[in-house]
Design a protein around this ligand. Structure first.
Ligand SMILES: Nc1ncnc2c1ncn2[C@@H]1O[C@H](COP(=O)(O)OP(=O)(O)OP(=O)(O)O)[C@@H](O)[C@H]1O
Length: 239
């Protein structure tokens, strides 16, 4: 693993209009391995991811990717650096086919030369998508849409992949498939930042966990510190 963090969030305060959601958040990702974020609903995990990927402008603080300041860059410019965010809830164009989505994912100049090799990776990871290549997104199941979302992100040739609750609302069998695919992506060398409610999965995937609570990082669990599941639950539910 690299000695330097691929992502650093430094004293970031962020929110929507006059509402402040994140208060002075500092964290680093990629120094030790994958980072997992968890915490109660509505406490700012999604806002943190959106601030990192340029969808929300921070009120103060700094976000750096691979040592370069990306604070204030447009989301499009941030995608072009290889920092790719898969938002919660399949934000896909319903009338596009799976093939269209994959082509769109490879649109940025740094992804285009890798289009064929990345398409092969996506098809290997999600063989179901190959069978439905010309099918429109609106006719796909929730699990298949999540595969398209992650596949589109892989087509963008990510240097860091941010996943916001990738298994949310999925039935157990398809959820297991998605979890296995996310583990494979990680083994393939793409560092991950993942928000997930399934703590077991997050523990398996991540070397470092952060509990986001009331818009702040309340607890950091570092590599080597083994925390029992029950202790995490106690932190999570506050007793
Ligand atoms: N577009 C928006 N405009 C105004 N407030 C927003 C907006 N999006 C989120 N919020 C508010 O920001 C706060 C944090 O929401 P956020 O989605 O970041 O939390 P979360 O921890 O990701 O929750 P969940 O696990 O339910 O997705 C909430 O109070 C929410 O109402």
């Amino acid at each position: 693993m690299s000695e330097n963090p691929i992502l650093s969030v430094e004293a970031v305060t962020s929110g929507y209009g006059r509402v402040t959601v994140l208060h002075d958040i500092t964290l680093e990702a990629g120094r030790f391995g994958n980072v997992g974020l968890f915490g109660p609903n509505g406490h700012g995990k999604t806002t943190l991811l959106r601030t990192i990927s340029g969808l929300v402008a921070p009120k103060s603080g700094r976000v750096a990717f691979d040592g370069k300041d990306i604070t204030g860059l447009s989301a499009r410019a941030i995608v072009a650096t290889g920092l790719i965010h898969v938002p919660q809830g399949n934000k896909l164009f319903p009338d596009l086919t799976i093939g269209d989505c994959m082509a769109l994912g490879a649109y940025s100049p740094r992804a285009r030369p890798h289009e064929a090799e990345n398409r092969e990776k996506v098809v290997k990871l999600f063989p179901k998508l190959a069978e439905r290549w010309r099918q429109r997104v609106r006719t796909l199941s929730g699990g298949e849409r999540q595969m398209v979302s992650i596949g589109t992100a892989l087509m963008s040739h990510p240097r860091l992949l941010i996943l916001d609750e990738p298994t949310l609302g999925l039935a157990p069998k398809i959820k297991d498939e998605l979890c296995a695919a996310v583990m494979d992506i990680s083994k393939g060398g793409v560092p991950l930042v993942v928000v997930e409610q399934d703590i077991e999965f997050l523990l398996e995937l991540s070397r470092q966990l952060f509990l986001v609570d009331h818009g702040a990082v309340k607890t950091e669990i570092r590599p080597g510190e083994s925390l029992e599941h029950s202790e995490i639950m106690a932190m999570y539910f506050g007793h």
